[in-house]
Design a protein around this ligand. Structure first.
Ligand SMILES: [Zn+2]
Length: 319
């Protein structure tokens, strides 16, 4: 992408999102700092592909001097164990990684809660089964390793391409951080800002992920980044435009849900079909926590309320 900066495009198992990016940054000492690392499995994902991608950039696994993870999702953190084992390097990650690391230690409980949540949202059986699927957690993460250093505001990551500032950006996931290099105005944005608007909110680990997400967009917008280096897709010279599109998309979705509820009370599944643009049952299973996060945002602002009398929760505008 730039001299000393490589995008490592790693395949994923979903036709909805075909690849994830890891980024190799020249560390100024003959090796590289690796930002994110792709999924451990199932095939075709795996350690051999990350090794091949590193080799294409001119690095052996042992050349990785530091692994930084933008957030603790399987497609960004899954190979952390093998990378650290092969390289003998440290792992740096935000402390709020329990939404994956704790859950992986008790997958049966995660399945039960996700299934119950999808049923309560009113999702049909095929989508409930996608919601309850934990292949990503079980096979996508090789094994759980804890960070050697916690990525919080003020931490800096030194590389041959400058010093990157850590910016906490919860919303997509509570463990999310971006890395900003002020001299060239580079933003390693993980899944916080992507080239296309594709909302997902990790639900159940913070009070109001959508509010957090909007605040996190403002935080990175104030940095005035120019080159966006996202967790999926190509880099973009229009970082500011991508940030604005993410905010507009979020607020438009929230507005559409409020408008729909003004017409009639509804369950989350019906709202999802009305408001979110989805292409498959898998896609719709990802949208279940997202639409619930929007409803939570509106509920906390006193705009909607829920009725949990029946088996499916019904939402309506607040009286
Ligand atoms: Zn993610």
């Amino acid at each position: 992408v730039l001299p000393g900066l490589w995008r490592l495009r790693l395949p994923l198992i979903w036709k909805e999102i075909r690849s994830a990016n890891a980024w190799a940054i020249d560390d100024g000492q003959g090796g590289c700092v690796l930002v994110d690392c792709g999924m451990a499995g199932p095939a075709p994902c795996g350690w051999h592909l990350l090794r091949a991608a590193l080799a294409a950039a001119g690095f052996a696994p042992a050349d990785v001097s530091l692994l930084v993870v933008t957030h603790c999702h399987a497609d960004h953190y899954g190979l952390a164990g093998p990378v650290v084992e092969a390289a003998g390097c440290e792992l740096w990650m935000h402390p709020a990684h329990g939404h994956l690391t704790d859950e992986k230690r008790n997958l049966a409980d995660l399945v039960r809660r996700r299934r119950a949540r999808a049923l309560r949202a009113g999702a049909p059986p095929a989508v409930v089964e996608h919601c309850a699927d934990v292949t990503e957690e079980r096979e996508g993460v090789a094994w759980v390793i804890e960070p050697d250093r916690l990525l919080t505001d003020g931490v800096e990551v030194g590389t041959g391409l400058g010093v990157w500032q850590v910016v906490e950006t919860p919303g997509h996931a509570p463990s999310h951080v971006c890395l900003f290099e002020p001299r060239r105005r580079l933003l390693l944005s993980g899944d916080h800002v992507l080239p296309v608007w594709a909302p997902y909110f990790e639900l159940g680990y913070s009070l109001d992920p959508v509010s957090e997400y909007l605040r996190s967009l403002t935080r990175v917008e104030r940095l005035e980044p120019e080159l966006l280096l996202p967790g999926h897709g190509r880099s973009s010279r229009n970082a500011g435009g991508r940030i604005r599109a993410a905010r507009t998309g979020t607020l438009r979705d929230v507005e559409a849900i409020r408008d729909a509820l003004e017409r009639e009370p509804s369950d989350a599944w019906t709202l999802l079909l009305q408001v979110l643009d989805t292409s498959s049952d898998l896609d719709r299973s990802w949208a279940v926590p997202t639409v619930l996060a929007y409803l939570l945002y509106l509920e906390r602002r006193g705009e909607v309320e829920r009725d949990e009398e029946g088996e499916v929760t019904v939402w309506r505008v607040a009286s």
